[in-house]
Design a protein around this ligand. Structure first.
Ligand code: ADP
Length: 169
């Protein structure tokens, strides 16, 4: 059984086996949580991202996929980078958002991570409505086949925290 817990705060201050990054497909860093993770985690993360990009993801990491790197100076063993979908009003991309959570947990299982911290993927620059993103995140984690013991959603502000709290019940 996977326990779901909620924390309001900065994911880069969390201690966990794996911290999930809402990356962009370039793997070369960006704003939001991605920028914060690279800033606090230091250059080792970007260095490994660059190598992975050169060796496997020349066209970028596809949306909905996940890969792991060192966590650098973060209080974690790994950062799992996943690429969320940009929200669209004309196309239902829910499966891709669900895939981010599922694939991140699959990678976590491969690594042997027992505690995994997630941000609210796609709810920033990618504009996914918070309530719907929270529903997809919680439903996907609840139905995932994983041996991860704790999934911790780390929500940056009160609005995000409340949306996730409504879903967890
Ligand atoms: P995306 O491109 O997937 O939308 P963003 O980083 O823009 O990614 O935003 C995703 C979510 O992460 C947003 O809800 C944003 O408020 C939140 N966020 C930004 N910085 C942090 C942080 N340091 N810790 C946790 N969550 C964060």
């Amino acid at each position: 059984m996977t326990t779901i817990s909620l924390v309001q705060g900065d994911i880069t201050r969390q201690s966990a086996d794996a911290i999930v990054n809402a990356a962009n497909s370039s793997l070369l860093g960006g704003g939001g949580v991605d920028g914060a993770i690279h800033r606090r985690g230091g250059p080792a993360i970007l260095e490994e991202c660059r190598k992975l990009r050169a060796s496997h993801y020349g066209k970028g990491l596809p949306t909905g996929r996940a890969i792991a790197t060192t966590a650098g100076d973060l209080d974690a063993r790994w950062v799992i980078h996943t690429v969320g979908p940009v929200f669209s009003t004309t196309e239902d991309r829910s499966d891709l958002l669900a895939s981010c959570y599922r694939e991140s947990l699959r990678v976590a299982d491969e690594l042997g991570a027992r505690t995994v911290a997630f941000p609210a993927i796609s709810t920033g620059v990618y504009r996914w409505p918070m309530e719907d993103a929270a529903r997809i995140a919680v439903e996907t984690v609840r139905s995932a086949r994983t041996v991860v013991e704790e999934v911790r959603f780390v929500l940056f502000d009160e609005r995000a925290y409340e949306a996730f709290a409504r879903q967890v019940g």
